[in-house]
Design a protein around this ligand. Structure first.
Ligand code: NAP
Length: 267
C-alpha cells in the first residue's frame, strides 16, 4: 500500500500557533489498514489527536503510522482480528491503556460479500455479522466507561463514538441482504446507544457512505459497481471529512447521522 495524505501541504489543519482542535485527545480507529479507516486516522492525527489504529494487516498499519509520525503525529499500531470478540475487546483496552484515556472510537472495519439469500455462502454471512455487527457491539461496550470518563473529566466535555454504516444500512437491495441487515442493525444500535448516553456527554454518530473508492468496493467480485463510473465515486477522504466534522463540533452540538453519496448516485 502506498499511504497517501491528500491534505499534505494543504492548509486544512490547525493554523501555525493555533491549538489543534483534537490536541490532547486519544482516538481508536478500526479497519485503518486501508480505505476510509486509514483516511480517518490521518485526518484525526492532523487535527491533533493521538491515534491508535487496528486491523489484521500489521505492515499496512505500520506504513500508515510512519506517515502520521512523519507529520509530527502520534500513532500506535494494534493488530487484531476484530471478528473475535476477545480480540475486539482487547484492542479497546490496549488503546485506552496506552493513552490512559479514550476520547474517540471510530468503528469502521467492515466486510461485504454480495449475493442473494439463495446463492450466498453462510460462511460469508458469519463474517459480516461477526465484523460489521458483533465487533461494533463489543468494542462500543468496552469503550463506554472510558468515553464516559473522558466526557465527565476531560477538557472537551464530550467524547465521541462514530459507527460507519452504509447507504445499505438505509436502502435495501435484493442482492445484498446480509450486509444490509448488519448495517441496519448498526443503525438501530447506534440510535439506542445515543439515547442511553446523550445526557452524559457521549455523542454517538452514524456515518452512511455511498459508493467510495476503496478495496472493499473495487476488489474483484466484491461490491457491485452498478452504473456509476468510478471517477464519480466518493474518495475515502470524503468520508473521513464527514467523520471529523462530527467529532469537531462544539460540545453542545451532536451531528447524529450523515449519509454521504456521490452526487451522481441515485440509490
Ligand atoms: N467503500 C464503500 O463503497 C463503502 C460504502 C458503504 C459503507 N462502507 C463501509 O466503510 C467501512 C470501511 O470500508 P472501506 O470501504 O474503507 O473498505 P476497505 O478498504 O476494504 O477497509 C476495510 C478495513 O476493515 C479491516 N478489516 C476487515 N476484516 C477485519 C477483521 N476481521 N478484523 C479487523 N479488521 C478487519 C481491513 O483491514 P485488514 O484486512 O488489514 O484486517 C480494512 O482496514 C466498512 O464498514 C464498510 O462497510 C464502505
Amino acid at each position: 500500500m502506498s499511504v497517501r495524505d491528500p491534505n499534505a501541504g494543504a492548509t486544512g489543519g490547525a493554523a501555525a500557533g493555533a491549538v489543534a482542535p483534537l490536541s490532547g485527545c486519544a482516538a481508536l480507529v478500526t479497519g485503518a489498514s486501508s480505505g476510509i479507516g486509514a483516511a480517518t486516522a490521518l485526518a484525526l492525527a492532523r487535527l491533533g489527536a493521538e491515534v491508535a489504529v487496528v486491523a489484521r494487516r500489521t505492515e499496512r498499519l505500520e506504513e500508515l503510522a510512519a506517515v502520521i509520525r512523519g507529520q509530527g503525529g502520534s500513532c500506535t499500531v494494534l493488530t487484531a482480528d476484530l471478528a473475535d470478540p476477545v480480540q475486539a475487546r482487547q484492542a479497546v483496552d490496549d488503546a485506552a491503556g496506552r493513552f490512559a484515556r479514550l476520547d474517540v472510537l471510530v468503528n469502521n472495519a467492515g466486510y461485504v460479500a454480495m449475493g442473494t439469500v439463495e446463492h450466498s455462502d453462510p460462511a460469508d454471512w458469519k463474517r459480516m455479522v461477526d465484523l460489521n455487527l458483533n465487533a461494533v457491539l463489543h468494542m462500543s461496550q468496552t469503550a463506554l466507561p472510558h468515553l464516559l470518563r473522558t466526557a465527565a473529566e476531560g477538557p472537551r466535555g464530550v467524547a465521541d463514538l462514530v459507527n460507519v454504516s452504509s447507504v445499505g444500512g438505509r436502502v435495501v437491495r435484493r442482492n445484498n441482504p446480509v450486509y444490509s441487515a448488519t448495517k441496519h442493525a448498526v443503525g438501530a444500535f447506534s440510535e439506542a446507544m445515543r439515547q442511553e448516553v446523550a445526557a452524559r456527554g457521549v455523542r454517538v454518530g452514524l456515518v452512511e457512505p455511498g459508493m467510495t473508492i476503496t478495496e472493499m468496493a473495487t476488489g474483484a467480485g466484491r461490491a457491485a459497481a452498478r452504473d456509476l463510473p468510478q471517477n464519480a465515486w466518493l474518495r475515502a477522504e470524503d468520508i473521513a471529512r464527514a467523520i471529523t466534522f462530527m467529532i469537531t463540533q462544539p460540545p453542545h452540538a451532536a451531528v447524529n447521522e450523515i449519509m454521504m453519496r456521490p452526487t451522481a448516485q441515485e440509490h
